[in-house]
Each structure stands twice: as structure tokens, then as C-alpha cells.
Design a binder for this molecule. Structure first.
Ligand SMILES: [Zn+2]
Length: 374
């Protein structure tokens, strides 16, 4: 059996009726059909559509009678595709027919003509091979594609989780600044918006959480939320319990009993157990020779050997070990040399949110409108 050049626009229904969509006529001829073997040919012919529909019906019927499962599979899975070059299968190896990739629903880059985004460009497409290549092929500048990847890489694994048929939208200014991007996969979607408040612009996810990219993620975060209250500084001091001068190996941060404690950086938990005067103690080994210690905890939220992310909950404050009251003893060292943790830049451990939720939501709506009309 040979079907050739089943074209865009031609659809065959399971019942064996061929519908010629639009103006593309189809010619069919077939010959020599025995019980298990069919030969036929379907090809586009600009002159012959209407009177040949009957022939196609006939062929489909004939095939159906003689080998219904083969035909059904053919009709359901193969002929209903948008494009066909040629298939030439034996009924037994019909599985081997190469599937033809779906036509991309590509719209070329569109220039927004009016409104606040006038002059900006908008593009919407399916992913055909990989996001970067597809966006570049459409003409999106490399810097814009990089910006999309940079801002959404914490939400999506661009190498693994994007598949053919997933979709993306990108809007960027005439100066090639990425203004918006949304990527939709089968399972979820992620979007990022450039939002300006006063004279400060930043990228935010759909839920208003500020995007932390690799470029601004290299600092430690605070082990406690909110403003830190230092009850005892790093360095020499009179020991609060033992008396006498002694070097304080870290800082004491005042916090009510049971306050959540967070890892100050990515690392591996190398201790989560009572340790002399530190009481319940967690040590984390970080990259670049850094390590941190959290003492006097009431409870652990991680175990020895756990891999932690910065800002991740690791335990709760308490007053175990040698301690006069609930607080967190925080130590920081690099290559076994103690450092003053407060001399190291620690960014607040808050989820930074968009400064004006109302106008951010309006921005999202305006962009959504553009996306729908493109
Ligand atoms: Zn201390």
C-alpha cells in the first residue's frame, strides 16, 4: 500500500470518509488488492477533488473490510496528521512509520503599535527543538533569550523539562530589554515580568516574588528572619556563664524560644547533634572553604548529611548547652579561621516581594491582553 503526498488540509475520519478541507483537492487511485495486501496511491491533484471523494471513501471502505485494525490505525494516527510525505508500510510494520513533527504555530515577531509598549516586540511560539535555538531562529536577540533563561532558570530546567510542543511568549523593548516572558509546559508554567517602581526596575515572577538570579545570589542570608538583635558580639567578652575574659567565637542573636533558624548558604550538614557547651548544634560545610555553626537549638529540622539550600529551615532556637536564655549562637569560619559573621554581608532572609502589588497586577493584565491578541 502506498499513500503519497497526503497534504496539509486533508483529513480522513475514522469512518473512512475523507473531507477535503478548504480548496486542496485530492486524487486517489488504487489497484491490486488481495486479502492482505493493498496497493494504492493518494496524491494531491489540483483538478480532481470533488468527484474523487467517492473513490477515497471506496478505498477506505475496501481497506476497512479487508483489514480493519490496520486501517483504523492508519486513519486515526497517520492520515489525520497535518503533513505526509509518503508511507509505504506492510501492515505488520506500520509502527515504523516516522511521525512527522507538527507544524509550528509560529507567528513572526510582532511589533506592538500603540499603548505603553508601543515599539516593543512580541513573539509567541511552540518549542520545536530547544528554546534557545527556536527563539533565535525567530529573530529574538541573543541577549533577550539569555535574559529569559537567566530569570526563569530557577523555575524551569531549560535543558530537561522543555519538550517539543511546549510554548513560549517573549516581549522585549526596542532596546532589546526583556519585558515579559512566559513558558508553558504540559505540567506547569512560569512567567517573569519587568516591573518598574519609582526609578527602580526588577524582574518578578507571576506571584510577585522578586527573581533572584545568579548575579545577585552570591551573598549569605540571615539565619533568622527580620532584623537581627545581637545580644553578644564576636570577639573578647566576659563569659556570661563561666565569667572571666574569653573569646566569643560567634555572635549571639536574640530570638524567642522556637524561632526558625535557616542555613546561611548552600551546603552539607556535617553535624546535627549535641556538642559540648553549644548544646544541640548544627554545622554546615559550604563551598569555598566556609562553614557555619548554629548552637543552643531546641530542635533540629535537618539530619547529618543533608544537603541544604541557603534560606532553608534547619532547626529552632533554644537554650541547650551552656546558655542563659533562648538565643542563636552563630559561627562562621573560612578554612578553619573564625570570622565575625556580622562583617560578612548577609541579605535578609525574606522573600522579596513586588513593591506595589496593585500596579503589578495591572501590568500583568495589560500584558495578558497583548498576549491574547497576538
Ligand atoms: Zn554565643
Amino acid at each position: 500500500m502506498k499513500l503519497r503526498d497526503m497534504s496539509v488540509g486533508a483529513r480522513v475520519l475514522c469512518g473512512g470518509v475523507l473531507i477535503v478541507a478548504g480548496y486542496l483537492p485530492v486524487l486517489i487511485s488504487f489497484f491490486s488488492a488481495t486479502a492482505n495486501e493493498f496497493r494504492g496511491e493518494v496524491s494531491i491533484n489540483a483538478a480532481a477533488a470533488s468527484q474523487k471523494n467517492a473513490s477515497i471513501e471506496l478505498l477506505c471502505k475496501k481497506l476497512s473490510e479487508d483489514n480493519s485494525s490496520f486501517v483504523e490505525e492508519l486513519l486515526q494516527n497517520k492520515l489525520s496528521g497535518d503533513r505526509f510525505c509518503s508511507i509505504n508500510p506492510e501492515p505488520s510494520n506500520i509502527e515504523n512509520i516516522p511521525s512527522v513533527p507538527k507544524k509550528p504555530s509560529v507567528s513572526p515577531i510582532q511589533i506592538i503599535s500603540s499603548g505603553e509598549f508601543a515599539g516593543s516586540k512580541f513573539v509567541k511560539s511552540n518549542i520545536m527543538s530547544n528554546f534557545y535555538a527556536d527563539a533565535r531562529k525567530l529573530g529574538v536577540p541573543a541577549s533577550v533569550v539569555d535574559s529569559v533563561i537567566n530569570n526563569l532558570s530557577s523555575k524551569l530546567d531549560f535543558r530537561r523539562s522543555l519538550k517539543k510542543g511546549d510554548t513560549f511568549e517573549i516581549m522585549y523593548s526596542n532596546k532589546n530589554v526583556m519585558l515579559y516572558s512566559k513558558i508553558k509546559t504540559k505540567r506547569h508554567q512560569a512567567a517573569v515580568y519587568k516591573f518598574t517602581h519609582g526609578n527602580h526596575s526588577a524582574y518578578y515572577f507571576e506571584n510577585g516574588v522578586k527573581v533572584i538570579t545568579h548575579a545577585n545570589s552570591n551573598s549569605f542570608v540571615q539565619p533568622l528572619k527580620g532584623k537581627l538583635h545581637v545580644s553578644s558580639a564576636f570577639g573578647s567578652r566576659v563569659h556570661p556563664v563561666r565569667g572571666g575574659y574569653q573569646k566569643h567565637t560567634g555572635v549571639d542573636l536574640k530570638a524567642p524560644y522556637g524561632t526558625p533558624v535557616f542555613a546561611i548558604f548552600d551546603g552539607v550538614v556535617v553535624k546535627a547533634s549535641p556538642y559540648y557547651g553549644y548544646g544541640n548544634c548544627i554545622d554546615i560545610k559550604h563551598p569555598f572553604g566556609y562553614s557555619s555553626r548554629y548552637g543552643h537549638l531546641s530542635r533540629y529540622a535537618v539530619r547529618y548529611g543533608a544537603k541544604v539550600k541557603k534560606g532553608q529551615l534547619i532547626g529552632y532556637t533554644g537554650s541547650t548547652g551552656i546558655s542563659t536564655g533562648a538565643h542563636l549562637h552563630l559561627e562562621l569560619a573560612r578554612n578553619n579561621t573564625l570570622l565575625n559573621p556580622l562583617h560578612t554581608k548577609m541579605v535578609p532572609n525574606e522573600v522579596p516581594l513586588v513593591p506595589n502589588v496593585g500596579s503589578f497586577n495591572l501590568l500583568k493584565k495589560r500584558i495578558e491582553k497583548i498576549a491574547i491578541t497576538k
